[in-house]
Design a protein around this ligand. Sequence first.
Ligand code: PLP
Length: 432
Amino acid sequence: MSDERSQRLFEEACDLFPGGVNSPVRAFRAVGGQPVFVARAEGARLYGADGRPFLDYVGSWGPMIVGHCHPKVVAALRDQAGRGTSYGAPTELEVQLARRVRAAFPSVEMMRFVSSGTEATMSAIRVARGATGRDGLVKAEGCYHGHADHLLVRAGSGAATFGQPDSAGVPADFAKHTVTVPFNDVAAMEDAFAGEQGARMAALILEPVCGNMGCVPPLPGYLEACRDVTRKAGALFIMDEVMTGFRLAMGGAQERYGVTPDLTCLGKVIGGGLPVGAYGGRRDLMELVSPVGAVYQAGTLSGNPMAMRAGLATLELLGEPGTFERLEALGARLEAGLRAAAGRAGVPVTVQRVGSMFTVFFVSDAGRPLRTFAEARTADTARFGRFFQAMLERGVYLPPSQLEAAFLSLAHSDDDVDQTVVAAEEAFRTIH
Ligand code: PLP
């Protein structure tokens, strides 16, 4: 349901970029049709190439928590552009942003800014390997941690198995160090860290609330068990809070669930829509990083002043009283509205939500919880595709995949949410 201009641009883009896009999920392959090319955005809305507005529940896949073009973020960027966009030398801005990160995440005693979430997870794993002298890595099925070689590994079904590469071009020698376990399965986690195999594991990397198989919250006690198991095995617990950091609470999922990891990865919100990632944690671990220690990691644009300014302005706005309560209330309103609309339309769905992250899963029996990747994959992707298109026609832009979380922002109003619910009820009725 894209406009004519988007269609022409997409045709040319397909000749220039693989699949016409610079990141795969933007291509709409999971929902059919062609992508809307975005001309601009403001508040909670995107505007397509022909000027048509869409209520945005993607938020650039998480960063735009204060909405698009917030005047304070724009002013900070305008000011910084006049002072220089990159110096390749340290700045006070990095110190200021790091202060804010540490105030929100007490477990992050020291950190490094990088330019993407992928760089953050890749570097945190290098630190974990450097610290433990071990190569093995445990990850949960359905969690996405960026596209570094050892993280693009498919799970064996059921029990933990040594991984096979999930992408062409990943050496099997690399992938073999990654063990994959089902999310929310404590016994599988214990197995992965047991015995000789456990003694080879440097770390567990985990999305504490998974967003990359759709929104799948941790079961009560799961994160605590992950903490215990890794500690006992002499391995590190890396929480990948690239999506959840500064989104589920100021201090991310670790604040919300009260579980402290050894290392944390951040991204998305801390860059306020500019390219930023960060990794950090215990001082003794971060002091292993170059130039203090032997774990090498560097970046031409790391700590980029434009990105620091956008991040600082965004975190300042988030720090205002009541912001997370507001996001929670908006989320609850939307969740209840969507569930009721699906009920009235007679379409069975499960709505899963934590704070301002949510997914409407199309399931066979309404309300059945989806706790693992295997369960999430039972959702009806064809039905979701039809729902997605029906919502797009009604001016609501959802993530173009059943297995991705959607995001609310502080720019969404109660009216926006109520309009979305009205559109959703119509859309549910069209997909029988
Ligand atoms: N970790 C998580 C939890 C993510 O959701 C993502 C991206 O969606 C990444 C890491 C990778 O971040 P980036 O796309 O900035 O490389």
